[in-house]
Design a protein around this ligand. Structure first.
Ligand SMILES: Cc1cc2nc3c(=O)[nH]c(=O)nc-3n(C[C@H](O)[C@H](O)[C@H](O)COP(=O)(O)OP(=O)(O)OC[C@H]3O[C@@H](n4cnc5c(N)ncnc54)[C@H](O)[C@@H]3O)c2cc1C
Length: 456
């Protein structure tokens, strides 16, 4: 095996938004005496196996690339599985399904895990995270892409000509350098592209991000009283006000979204953790622990407010990963703006359509929705980070402004950007010496159409 010498990424000391101060880094060590083994057998490496990373890996492998999918946890699916999210955002524009190709296939397969949902339902369909995980497992395995779990991106090696040479991964083998021709950053936080030097924005002009949520599940509800739901969210705000005001449950707040995800089992997307910096491990650690306490207080508060449903209920699980809505948005050749969203803009290089509303989790923000049948295009140039030749982004770290991000961050468009990035990665290898900025867009769109993607 070859070996590389590598510098570790420097990390800045930071005050976390939650008040925890990171250990100040005054000193650094160099790993100059450490040899890191190299695995250089890959065409495409995808880092992060959320919805964007899974479709990227499947699509790259399907196009013929020898593909490796690297994931920090032991699960495929990101927020939809490890994060125990309770529902898919709408798959339709109000009239027809518009997230097609791999997105539609994964959505349809996942529905078999929630037989209480009507078979033809397209919007806000519940997720059984365990079942969805098995769908991703099967589809990724069948594509031929290889998966490396419990492996976290730790550093990125770049050559002078804006080309990423290797990603350094930390796992039970220690450090290993993996080399590919093209890399896809599907980490949600844009770790790979940012560490390779790409420019990015995080949050609004003041750096304030949308609130995070640690999702949780409540078992043994009275399903007869609950029905098929959601039975709580419609009356919750009017009922919960006094209890929140009373301070009896100090972490109980007014954000709640409940879905029946299995017999007697509610998936809860509830409680806000304000302005958590997902790139600060200290802030993340505190948010996980506060989130778990919050979840327990929600269960106790719900038993007081809705005793007929929750009297015998219990907190059965919290997410393995924090629900981070908002993190780095890697600057691409094009930045999709809220004006593009408002104008329902169509692009020559679009790789799919999106119709989800502007959904920004910040106090006082008023959401904006399209009318039935309306949508906008998602430009390919939002997936190509400026200044990096052989890197693509997929999922929620693509190039948008903060408000438009409120729409494009959810799972259906993340599945669509993943499929396009995976295809484009292999096309760049074949057509343009790994240059993702020079792929033949007409051919990419032709291939996406052949695989079922929707365009106007
Ligand atoms: C609280 C909350 C509620 C939401 N509600 C909905 C909803 O109801 N419906 C909906 O459709 N969408 C919803 N969304 C949006 C959606 O879940 C996410 O935006 C979407 O999952 C993003 O997909 P992704 O592939 O970009 O990344 P993620 O799903 O975030 O997955 C990223 C993956 O990368 C891995 N990873 C990260 N960093 C590294 C690293 N350095 N090395 C290796 N692996 C790494 C992570 O472990 C994870 O598996 C919600 C989001 C949140 C946070």
């Amino acid at each position: 095996m070859m070996a590389v010498a590598v510098a570790t990424p420097s990390f800045a000391a930071a005050n976390s938004s939650n008040g925890i101060t990171a250990v100040e880094v005054r000193d650094t060590v160099s790993l100059k005496n450490k040899k890191i083994p190299v695995d250089n057998s890959w065409d495409v490496i995808v880092v992060g196996a959320g919805p964007g990373g899974c479709t990227a890996a499947i699509a790259a492998a399907r196009e013929g690339a020898k593909t490796l999918l690297i994931e920090a946890t032991g699960q495929l699916g990101g927020m939809g599985t490890a994060g125990i999210l309770n529902a898919w955002c709408p798959f339709s524009d109000g009239e027809k399904i518009i997230y097609r190709g791999l997105a539609e296939k994964i959505f349809n397969e996942s529905k078999k895990g929630v037989p209480h949902e009507p078979a033809d339902k397209l919007n806000w369909v519940s997720i059984n995270p365990e079942y969805l995980m098995s769908v991703y497992d099967k589809m990724v395995m069948e594509s031929g892409a290889k998966v490396l779990f419990f492996s976290r991106l730790a550093a990125v090696e770049k050559s002078a000509n804006d080309t990423v040479d290797a990603v350094i991964v930390a796992n039970k083998s220690g450090l290993t350098a993996f080399k590919a021709k093209v890399y896809i950053d599907a980490t949600g936080d844009g770790d790979l592209a940012a560490w390779a030097g790409a420019s990015f924005k995080r949050g609004d002009d003041n750096g304030v991000v949308q609130s995070s949520t640690l999702c949780f599940a409540i078992g043994n509800i009275d399903q007869y009283r609950y029905g098929n739901g959601p039975a709580v969210q419609s009356s919750f705000r009017s009922k919960a006000g006094d209890l929140i005001e009373s301070g009896k449950y100090p972490l109980f707040d007014n954000f709640l979204n409940d879905k029946l995800v299995g017999p007697g089992l509610l998936g809860m997307n509830a409680g806000h953790l304000v302005n958590v910096d997902a790139t600060d491990p200290w802030a993340l650690s505190e948010a996980m622990m506060t989130g778990r306490q919050k979840a327990a207080q929600f269960v106790a508060a719900l038993a007081e407010l809705y005793p007929d449903i929750f009297a015998s209920a219990f907190l059965s699980k919290t997410g393995t990963i924090l629900g981070v809505r908002d993190s780095r948005r890697i600057e691409g050749d094009y930045i999709f703006t809220v004006d593009d969203w408002m104008q329902r803009r169509t692009f020559e290089d679009e790789i799919g359509r999106n119709s989800y509303y502007l959904d920004v989790h910040k106090d006082g923000y008023k959401e904006t929705r399209y009318k039935k049948g309306e949508s906008h295009g998602i430009p390919y140039r939002c997936l190509t980070p400026k200044g990096l030749k052989n890197v693509l982004t997929a999922g929620r770290c693509i190039s948008t402004d903060e408000e438009a991000f409120g729409s494009l961050r959810v799972m259906p468009p993340c599945l669509v950007t993943g499929e396009a990035a995976g295809m484009a990665a292999q096309h760049a290898i074949v057509q343009s010496k790994n240059d993702v900025h020079a792929v033949d867009i007409k051919y990419l769109r032709k291939r996406l159409k052949e695989e079922g993607q929707y365009f106007l």
